[in-house]
Design a protein around this ligand. Structure first.
Ligand SMILES: Nc1ncnc2c1ncn2[C@@H]1O[C@H](COP(=O)(O)OP(=O)(O)OP(=O)(O)O)[C@@H](O)[C@H]1O
Length: 271
C-alpha cells in the first residue's frame, strides 16, 4: 500500500470482489487497485487463489460478487482485447500445433486488430520485436514444436508482448525456465515496465523478478493477506506455505518448486 503511487488511473479496480467457478467462490471480498505503470507480484501458497484472481481479471473466472474493472470497463466488456495481454499458467504449447515461432507470436498481434485480421508492416515488425525481446530472433521460422519447454514459455511471452498490451498478466512465467532465461525475462519485463506497461505477475518465486516487481499482493485462502512493498512480503508469504491446497489446480505439476523449496533439480530446468 505504501508503495502505491497516489495518483493515476486505476488499471485494475476490485471492490469487494468475489471470484470463482460456477457458483463456488474461491477469491473472496477483495479490494485492490493497481495503477498505470505499477509492477505487482501476486504471491501465496498453492491453491490460495492466485490464478483464479488473474483469470477473474480476464473474464475467465466468474465474478460472483462485487466489482471487477479492468482498464476502466467491467471485466469482459473491454472492446479492444489486445489492451490486456495474458501469459497463462502452462509450460508449453501443444505439440499438435504445427506453427512457427513467428506465427504463434503473430496470433498475439491479431488480438488487437479489427475485423479484417491481417497483419500489416507495423504488425509484422511488432511480432519480430516481441520475439527478439524474448531472445528467440534466430528461431523465428522454426516450428514451435522443435523448441524446448522453456523456449516455448518465452514464445508465449512474445505472443502476449506482440499486442503491445497496456496491462500484461502473467501466471508463473519463470516456472520451469532455466536461470539464464529467467534473467532474460526479467530484462524484458524491466524494459516494458519502463515503457509504462502495467504488470501483474502470479508467481511462487518472486526472487528472479525482484528487480522488476515492486509491490506484492499476498493471497491466503482467497483473501488479501498482505499488500505492500515486495521486499517486505517474504515474511507474509513464507508462513502461508504451511497451508496445503484443497486439491491440485488443473495443470499444476507436483514437482513445481515453491518459494521455500531448496535448489532446483535438473528436471526443473529448461526443457
Ligand atoms: N477450473 C476450476 N474449477 C473449479 N475449481 C477450480 C478451478 N481451478 C482452480 N480451482 C480451485 O480453486 C482453488 C484456487 O486455485 P488457484 O489455481 O486459483 O490457486 P493458485 O493460488 O493459483 O495455486 P497454484 O499456485 O497451485 O497454481 C483451488 O482450490 C482449486 O482447486
Amino acid at each position: 500500500m505504501t508503495d502505491r503511487p497516489p495518483t493515476g488511473p486505476g488499471v485494475i479496480d476490485l471492490r469487494g470482489a468475489t471470484i470463482g467457478y460456477g457458483d463456488v467462490p474461491i477469491v473472496r471480498d477483495v479490494d485492490l487497485t493497481v495503477r498505470a505503470g505499477e509492477a505487482v507480484a501476486v504471491l501465496g501458497s498453492n491453491g490460495s487463489g492466485k490464478t483464479t484472481l488473474a483469470r477473474g481479471l480476464l473474464g475467465l473466472a466468474t465474478v460472483l460478487g462485487g466489482e471487477v474493472r479492468v482498464l476502466g470497463a467491467p471485466v469482459g466488456r473491454l472492446r479492444e482485447r489486445g489492451r490486456v495481454g495474458y501469459v497463462p499458467q502452462r509450460h508449453s504449447i501443444s505439440g499438435a500445433v504445427p506453427a512457427t515461432v513467428r506465427e504463434v507470436a503473430g496470433v498475439g498481434r491479431l488480438a488487437r486488430l479489427g475485423l479484417f485480421r491481417r497483419l500489416g508492416t507495423t504488425d509484422r515488425a511488432a511480432v519480430v520485436d516481441a520475439v527478439t525481446a524474448v531472445g528467440l530472433a534466430d528461431r523465428l521460422d522454426d516450428p514451435v514444436a522443435s523448441l524446448s519447454g522453456g523456449q516455448q514459455r518465452r514464445v508465449l511471452v512474445a505472443r502476449a508482448l506482440a499486442a503491445e498490451p497496456e496491462l500484461l498478466i502473467m501466471d508463473e512465467p519463470t516456472a520451469g525456465v532455466d536461470a539464464a532465461s529467467q534473467e532474460a525475462l526479467a530484462g524484458v519485463l524491466a524494459g516494458i515496465s519502463a515503457r509504462g506497461t502495467t504488470l501483474v505477475v502470479v508467481t511462487h518465486e518472486s526472487a528472479p523478478l525482484a528487480g522488476v516487481l515492486s509491490r506484492a499482493v499476498v493471497i491466503d485462502h482467497g483473501r488479501v493477506a498482505y499488500d505492500g512493498p515486495l521486499a517486505e512480503a517474504a515474511a507474509h508469504d513464507e508462513h502461508l506455505h504451511h497451508h496445503p491446497p484443497e486439491r491440485e489446480p488443473t495443470g499444476y505439476r507436483m514437482d513445481q518448486p515453491t518459494v521455500t523449496a531448496g535448489p532446483r533439480t535438473d528436471a526443473d530446468r529448461e526443457r
